[in-house]
Design a protein. Structure first.
Lengths: 72, 627
């Protein structure tokens, strides 16, 4: 399953870190983030619950850079 | 200034405030001798004003195990400078760093906006007509398939559908980049995103909003920056390694040279080496390079879409820049895919008009494209003695009576059937319709698929860009050769079935060089397997054909082959900008790292170089928006 989320992040390098962070969240198969459109497209594992996974991804991203946001 | 976000405005206010304060202090301390310690306290005010958020983020980073965060590094560099007594430098570094960040944020915001403006095709509403004739404004998402919607002059068609009432000139510029209007009348299928210029249209929707052309196109362009190019992945990897390497470099610079000097029995000058190490940290942020690369690609993709060229990913733009071979389908790609009368050959004693009038009479009721093309070429009222006299003979042609004469129009077999000798066929490709009246041969009409007006120009342009062109067609050798000759296409493979085309493309893929790419251009419906097999699949979008938009990597919204060379020029320009930025930014950074290590450049120069590189790289990237 794939879902697209709006995000907010200040710099391009932080956006790259955020993409890696989301991709490494358990339950996420792949993630593609665009700093230019401020969107991230997340592909979930088949048995994952997107809402819970994204909550966790958001928490992880906040650890790196607390001024970023994923709009769930 | 009025376009700034709240965040940017407050950053700007802080920068101006801190700059004024710093300048005032710098002047003040010229005339007022105060001890170092007091100076530090005074300078702390502008320093904290402009840099408190950097310090806060740095602390957040440390407490969350993110050591190589650029905020942390900027904090170390400036706090270090403060401790070394270089207060003014510390404030200046923070000030310029923030100016750089603000500039970057404004530039990125502006380019985001200008691309959204280019793609300003999202309809915000649809009008439904209520029983009593009043219009109700609704969200296009809520309109069900089969609903009658009303589009007033000057408004966008929000949802794909068929015109039921009214007629109008449609402006398709937002979709195709072409300003020539198309006309829509009852019965015509219209696609969302077009603007009705002058008429009121009532449209029966045939799709949901989410499935409509306009939504699909927006989706496609917005997702395109997620398919990253090799250059983007390279720069991400670079950024991941650059900061740690520079930091360890700084640490080494602060520790090793003093130790070595100490062992050699010379003065160690630890403060000088720490100062140099701090200069390193100022240049440690990779953001300038990292932002300029996706910005360039985004600009290139935006520029292309404003010309009716939809690129599905940065990676395809990158591949297109290095495309050396382009294989073309013929029908519908280089030709119009519709039949027109290309030549009328009257027999001795007859005129062209007579041939056409007779043929049009015989073909007056047939819905066949060939019959339509004859009637279109005649262009006047079609007369027959009686509608019942028209008779179609399947596989042969048609007969009728006109002015008392028995008219035949059809192929050579029809003439033979009627006992007439078959005349010699014209030695040109196309379909021939023979015409006879009362047993006398009147003439022949040659009907062919005409080349698009821009096909020849497109091929010349591609040849000038060093591209080898190849024609792959299911058509006959004669028709293919003729087209190749007129368009000056290098090589031709005719009589191919769709699977032969795949095999041919695979052969070409195997033969090309490693850094060369092959593109295939087709009309998207029968060519889907080839489009996906080629490095870059380019489809003629024929205004709304789903299959084409689905299968291809690049879609030409107005089916114009000349857009291929334009797309290549945009791609090449974008890639040139990307390479310039990568080379320039990394070059300057390495240079200033060296100068910093040698003690030639100080913090002032380092921060100027760093912010300067970013400003230049971003301005350069914005050039990709224009061709």
């Amino acid at each position: 399953m794939k879902k697209t989320y709006k995000i907010d992040v200040d710099c391009a390098a932080c956006a790259d870190k955020m993409e890696v962070c989301i991709r490494e969240t358990p339950g996420v198969k792949d993630a593609a983030l665009s700093f230019m459109t401020l969107k991230v497209k997340v592909e979930f594992e088949d048995d994952a619950d997107p809402a819970a996974v994204m909550e966790e991804a958001r928490r992880r991203c906040k650890n790196i850079e607390d001024e970023m946001e994923i709009f769930l | 200034m009025k376009n700034l976000t709240k965040k940017q405005k407050s950053a700007l206010q802080r920068i101006i405030g801190a700059a004024v304060l710093t300048a005032a202090l710098a002047v003040l301390f010229r005339f007022w001798a105060v001890p170092q310690f007091a100076r530090a306290v005074f300078y702390l005010a502008p320093y904290l004003l402009v840099g408190w958020d950097v310090l806060r983020k740095a602390i957040h980073g440390i407490t969350h195990g993110q050591v190589f965060d650029e905020c942390f590094l900027m904090s170390i560099a400036t706090v270090g400078a403060m401790l070394l007594g270089e207060h003014l430098e510390a404030v200046a570094v923070m000030l310029f760093y923030q100016i750089g960040e603000l500039f970057q944020s404004i530039a990125v915001g502006r380019s985001r906006r200008s691309i959204t403006d280019l793609m300003d095709i999202r309809p915000d509403y649809a009008y439904l007509q209520a029983e009593d004739g009043t219009l109700e404004r609704v969200d296009p998402d809520d309109v069900e398939v089969g609903t009658l919607i009303v589009v007033r002059p000057g408004e966008k068609i929000p949802i794909d559908g068929v015109v039921e009432e009214g007629s109008a000139a449609l402006n398709t510029a937002a979709l195709t980049g072409e300003s020539a209007p198309r006309f829509a009348e009852p019965g015509d299928a219209v696609i969302s995103g077009c603007v009705s210029v002058d008429g009121l249209l009532k449209i029966r929707t045939t799709r949901e909003f989410g499935e409509s052309t306009v939504s699909k196109i927006l989706d496609l362009v917005e997702n395109s920056s997620m398919k990253k190019a090799r250059a983007e992945n390279f720069i991400s990897r670079f950024a991941r390694w650059y900061t740690p390497i520079v930091c360890f470099g700084a640490l080494a610079l602060a520790v090793i040279p003093p130790l070595v000097l100490l062992l050699m029995g010379r003065p160690a000058m630890p403060l000088e080496w720490i100062r140099r190490a701090l200069t390193f940290l100022v240049i440690s942020c990779p953001c300038a390079v990292v932002v300029s690369v996706p910005l360039s690609f985004f600009g290139g993709i935006g520029c292309a879409s404003s010309r009716g060229i939809l690129v599905k990913g940065s990676n395809y733009l990158e591949a297109l820049a290095d495309t050396r071979y382009i294989a073309f389908d013929k029908t519908g790609t280089l030709t119009r895919g519709t039949f027109t009368v290309s030549e009328v050959l009257p027999a001795q004693g007859y005129t062209e008009d007579q041939v056409l009038e007779y043929a049009a009479a015989a073909e007056s009721v047939s819905p066949h494209p060939i019959a339509q093309s004859i009637r279109a070429a005649w262009g006047k009222e079609v007369r027959t003695d009686a509608a019942e006299s028209v008779q179609e003979i399947p596989g042969h042609g048609a007969v009728c009576t006109l002015d008392g004469k028995r008219i035949l129009a059809g192929n050579a077999r029809l003439l033979q059937l009627e006992g007439l000798p078959a005349p010699a066929a014209p030695a040109r490709p196309g379909t021939v319709v023979y015409v006879a009246a009362d047993g006398n041969y009147v003439g022949a009409i040659l009907i062919s698929d005409t080349l698009k007006p821009t096909s020849a120009e497109a091929m010349t342009d591609l040849a000038l860009q060093g591209v080898h062109t190849i024609l792959l067609t299911g058509d006959t050798q004669a028709a293919a050769d003729e087209a190749a000759r007129m368009l000056q296409i290098g090589s031709v493979r005719a009589g191919l079935l769709p699977e032969d085309k795949v095999a041919e493309v695979e052969r070409l893929l195997a033969a090309k060089g490693r850094r060369e790419y092959l593109a295939f251009v087709g009309d998207g419906i029968n060519d889907a397997p080839v489009l996906s097999r080629a490095d870059v699949g380019i489809a003629m979008g024929s205004l709304g054909s789903d299959a084409a938009i689905e299968a291809a990597d690049i879609v030409l919204m107005d089916d114009d082959p000349a857009k291929i060379s334009l797309a290549m020029r945009i791609a090449k320009k974008t890639l040139r900008i990307v390479r310039e930025n990568i080379g320039f930014a990394i070059g300057v950074k390495v240079l200033f790292l060296l100068l910093g290590a040698l003690g030639i450049s100080n913090m002032w120069m380092a921060i100027f170089a760093d912010v300067g590189v970013m400003v230049i790289a971003v301005i350069n990237a914005m050039r990709a928006l224009r061709i």
